[in-house]
Design a protein around this ligand. Sequence first.
Ligand code: PLP
Length: 397
Amino acid sequence: MSHQPGRHFLQIPGPTNTPLPVLAAIAKPTIDHRGPEFGRLGREVLDGIKTIFRTSQPVIIYPASGTGAWEAALVNTLSPGDKVLMFETGWFATLWSRMATKLGLQPEFLKGDWRSGVDAAAIEARLAEDKARAIKAVCVVHNETSTGVTSNIPAVRRAIDRANHPALLLVDTISSLGSIDYRHEEWGVDVTVGGSQKGLMLPPGLSFNAISEKALAASRTAKLPRSFWDWHEMLAANANGYFPYTPSTNLLQGLKVAIDMLHDEGLDNVFRRHDRAAEATRRAVRHWGFEIQCRNEHEYSSSLTAVRLPEGHSADALRAEILARCNMSLGNGLGPLADRVFRIGHLGDFHDLMVTGTLSGVEIGLKACGVPYRPGGVEAAMAYLAGNAGPVAQRAD
Ligand SMILES: Cc1ncc(COP(=O)(O)O)c(C=O)c1O
């Protein structure tokens, strides 16, 4: 049977479910990217996206996946051979550090356990030792999508300041932007990297660099080769709402609607909605008797939960069973977590019935696969959701 009835549940931690108004905007006819209509759209999205990063400084929008914006952040601010300090929170931090090596940088990768966030004290200690000020940037992942761990970015900022170190602070918010509170300007971040396909509720294909004055100044002397990623040509064209090359016109039409939807709900409500879905999910996971990959409660991610299956049970077999039976995709374990964990995405355009539907699908799969678990996780989640009213939509009466 090639057709599976019912709506597919896309519960991976991004790409996320794209809401209909965003899909409708993307489906509008493609427009002339050098015409006046595009100029207006360009100005609207370039201004609007700043409010999501919570910055008054420029945000660059690339027609690329998040990996492109990682590269842009590095090549615009650094020079060949520069040392960068990174922290091993998980798979995505590892990929970013590998990219730094490929680009001719010298990443120093502070060891992590893939179950906790960035250790700000370790960053501070390493920077304090760096008397020659050879480290040019500290690069960290805000929400590590492979483990479901959210790091404390203000603590990393304080660590850099306490060491009185001039390194730039580069932060990946690909799976937190629009889902978990994040403040580019207030937190003193120099480059924030974002992507379209998670909290912003768009399909993949757009990515972002929010930049500080200090990052902009660094980019004037940075010597890594760059052309497509160059901030300066972008900024010059962006001043009038245009781009130096053909932008993703239709995704930008969707972005405008997505930004409006986030503001219509209110960013703080959006974050609370994610916190609630995450807490309901964790209650179900604990009830089933499974371990959450994130070790520390204060670092739990509100956009996804990585769940460890008991020894001897395959997380990939469970995911395959759930896909076949329930038409639902869950995230796989990455790197050393392959087949050990599965990841439940609870981010983006998501409400209580989707939380409980997702958890029901997991419970069906657990039973079908013969994984030992304590039944009743969905009830535990429902009891929490029922007892903790989220933002209630305005009634029309
Ligand atoms: C935290 C994080 N960083 C970077 C990436 C890479 O982004 P992309 O796959 O859009 O290139 C991802 C993708 O899931 C991610 O979750």
